[in-house]
Design a protein around this ligand. Structure first.
Ligand SMILES: N[C@@H](CCC(=O)N[C@@H](CS)C(=O)NCC(=O)O)C(=O)O
Length: 202
């Protein structure tokens, strides 16, 4: 398999998931501004959306959309516990988290990274993010991970997006359960491996 990624982008979520699942894969770096593949080639030919992540399977089939990709990854190694079994109510709760992270966290961060977003809108986006973090903080009370005691692909995704608070200088101190959770996830050996491989940490 090949994972098309950009350092520190949302593709870190499937990257962590692939390592947590113990699957073998190659990393293909993409320049999101120029839409060039670092080793050569037009990324839009791989994904006409021009966005990472893309997971290219050994069959040549390509999967896009982070929440779909991480469920595919988890399902390749059911024993990893990265996702509850398909069809169970727990699996729907996992999808509930993935959808929340993608639509309520990820996409509220996006305008903060755009140079043409009006400053007044950035204030609104930050306020919305604060409300979402307050919700997550409440749900993490007394829990190790979003789904309970076990790390799942929802944690890989939540960690990846919440880590952007560092770039955006959003202080997580008002949400101590999230602060502890981020340290817990950051300390996982496969998370460290993924972050090193992307050049995010030494
Ligand atoms: N809906 C997509 C969104 C992916 C996405 O936002 N990717 C960003 C990086 S975090 C990207 O590639 N942006 C480049 C662009 O929008 O041109 C998903 O969930 O996978």
């Amino acid at each position: 398999m090949k994972l098309y990624f950009s350092p520190g982008a949302c593709s870190l979520s499937p990257h962590i998931s692939l390592r947590e699942a113990g699957l073998s894969f190659d990393l293909v770096q993409v320049d999101l501004r120029s839409k060039e593949i670092k080793s050569g080639g037009d990324f839009r030919a791989v994904n006409p959306k021009g966005m990472v992540p893309v997971l290219e399977l050994d069959t040549g089939d390509r999967l896009t959309e982070g929440p779909a990709i991480v469920q595919y990854v988890a399902d390749q190694k059911p024993a990893s516990g990265l996702a509850p079994a398909a069809g169970t109510i727990e699996r729907y709760h996992l999808m509930e988290w993935l959808n929340f992270i993608t639509s309520e966290l990820h996409k509220n961060f996006t305008p903060l990274f755009r140079p043409n977003t009006p400053e007044e809108y950035k204030v609104i986006a930050r306020d919305t993010l604060a409300q979402r973090f307050a919700f997550i903080d409440g749900r993490l009370a007394g829990k190790q991970y979003l789904m309970g005691e076990h790390f799942t692909v929802a944690d890989a995704y939540a960690f990846t997006i919440t880590n952007w608070t560092r770039i955006q200088k959003i202080d997580l101190a008002p949400w101590p359960n999230i602060v502890a959770y981020m340290e817990r996830v950051r300390a996982r050996p496969k998370v460290v491996e993924a972050m090193k491989a992307e050049g995010l940490i030494a």
